[in-house]
Design a protein around this ligand. Structure first.
Ligand code: FE2
Length: 352
């Protein structure tokens, strides 16, 4: 009797195993013909916390994130070079101007998602839905607390006044952050005004532009100038730097959000778009949705002292300590659309 039961049970188990095996095979077949359980991300971000988020996404969805890191322009070139054969599904980089470049070169495709529309404000998306902003930064004034009173500061435009002669620090015009800043002025004030601003600022430069954003802050403390225009996250990075010298420099400086009574402070994003030839489009959209979800947003933004784009999420304590501010209210698509005009103006006014 016992033996008979044993045989029946074994038989049943064999059938069960066969059934489940069958299901697995079917699943794999489906996935192979439709879409695999992976997404290939080309990213210009280099933060450990990003990797933690990708691991969380993998655990939640079973979709493996294959991450390829590099400089933004190199990654763009690589996608171009690889052509139809590229493995890239999603391209993630800083600055709407660069995202526009990817779009303009035909490397991205439009995607639509109610979740993305709910989580990311319309002005932080490409107007043709080819890329989506994921973290936000402001291009602000950083000033020497010893030589400048915040009451002396007001607008980007006011920095062209004579009193600032020889006191303004900002990086070169080849940099996309400045191209986007000027592109925003073209959008808001028109080309003529934007050009006047650029030439007025050049006239007040403390030195020929050199170095990155952080170098402008260092130049203030070195006594070269008094006010720098730079992105908020660089200031956050300096305040939290492992290099005590950088911390010391940052502590001597203040943050000022310009144009609060007028057009608002210039903001930009880092963001991502689905690559035109993506073989895992649905997975790429899922990753975008995950990165803009409330749970991911604060982690993602905090990794680089940026502001979340998702309005349901509060910025980190450090960013909150700098105060709330009014932002420019233009669609960030325009930063890319006006990019060529910006470069032209920079050349005309001799902004190196
Ligand atoms: Fe940057």
């Amino acid at each position: 009797m016992k033996k008979a039961l044993y045989i029946i049970l074994t038989f049943a188990l064999v059938i069960l195993a066969a059934c489940s095996n069958d299901t697995t095979t079917k699943d794999t077949t489906n996935n192979n013909t439709k879409e695999s359980k992976e997404v290939n991300l080309y990213t210009a971000r280099h933060y450990d916390v990003d990797d933690e988020l990708y691991a969380k996404f993998e655990a939640e969805t079973g979709i493996k994130v294959n991450v390829i890191k590099g400089e933004a322009d190199e990654l763009l070139e690589r996608i171009k070079r690889e052509g139809d054969a590229t493995q890239a599904d999603l391209f993630l980089t800083a600055d709407a101007g660069r995202l526009f470049r990817a779009k303009d070169e035909g490397l991205l495709q439009a995607v639509s998602s109610d979740v993305l529309d709910e989580q990311i404000p319309a002005n932080f998306q490409d107007k043709d839905q080819m890329w989506y902003g994921l973290t936000k930064r402001a291009r602000v004034m950083i000033y020497n607390k010893e030589t400048v009173k915040p009451e002396e500061l007001s607008t980007y435009e006011a920095l062209t006044e004579d009193k600032w002669k020889g006191r303004i620090l900002i990086r070169g015009s080849e940099n996309v952050y400045n191209q986007s800043l000027l592109a925003s002025f073209i959008e808001i004030n028109g080309e003529e005004n934007a050009k006047e601003w650029a030439s007025g600022l050049v006239a007040n430069f403390a030195r020929d532009p050199e170095g990155g954003d952080r170098d402008q802050a260092k130049a203030i403390v070195a006594g070269i100038g008094d006010v720098a225009i730079m992105n908020t996250y660089y200031f956050g990075q300096m305040l939290n730097s492992e290099d005590p010298e950088e911390v010391k420099v940052a502590q001597k400086l203040g943050v000022f959000f310009p144009n609060q009574e007028t057009t608002g402070t210039h903001v930009n994003v880092s963001g991502a778009g689905v690559v035109k030839t993506s073989k895992n489009k649905e997975n790429a959209i899922k990753l975008l949705e995950f990165l803009s979800s409330p749970e991911s947003q604060i982690t993602f933004a905090e990794a680089n002292y940026e502001y979340p784009v998702n309005k349901s999420v509060e910025p980190s304590e450090l960013l909150k300590s700098w105060g709330e501010f009014k932002e420019q209210e233009i669609p960030l698509s325009t930063l890319g659309e006006n990019n060529a005009k910006s470069i032209l103006i920079f050349n005309e006014v001799g902004w190196k």
